[in-house]
Design a protein. Structure first.
Length: 137
């Protein structure tokens, strides 16, 4: 009869396989979560780019004529008024576009935590218990 605290080899192998399966499932879940977060960041960046385009077009077509006429009265020149208004809206669109492009970086899709966790798990799995050898030289 086996002692109460000692488990058989098939039981130990079964436990190891179960733990490995659980570990792989956890790593896949972490990978999925990181990818979802990266996709969310990219979609936010693309949404900001779209908002920049909509603002640029809406600003150019709805306020352009009224603003040019209003400034033309002040500066006594239709051409100068058109340059002032057009330049202002283009600078606004450029700023929003650059901000949106920075938010849509592909670097955010790289699953860094998953890679770090897999390396740590590999170190734990390959670590052999035994006496620690120290180099105190």
């Amino acid at each position: 009869m086996a002692e109460p605290g000692i488990r058989s080899i098939p039981t130990l192998v079964g436990d190891a396989v179960r733990e490995l399966r659980d570990l792989v499932a956890d790593e896949l879940a972490l990978f999925r979560a990181e990818m979802a977060q990266g996709v969310h960041r990219i979609s936010l960046g693309l949404g900001l780019l779209l908002a920049a385009a909509v603002l640029a077009i809406a600003g150019l077509f709805t306020l352009l004529l009224a603003l040019v006429k209003g400034i033309a009265v002040l500066v006594q020149s239709d051409a100068l008024a058109a340059l002032i208004v057009g330049g202002t809206f283009l600078v606004l669109a450029l700023g929003l576009g650059l901000y949106g492009r920075s938010r849509a970086s592909l670097a955010g899709l790289e699953p860094t935590r998953t890679g770090r966790q897999i390396r740590q798990d590999a170190r734990v799995l390959t670590h052999r218990p035994g006496p620690e050898i120290r180099d105190d030289a």
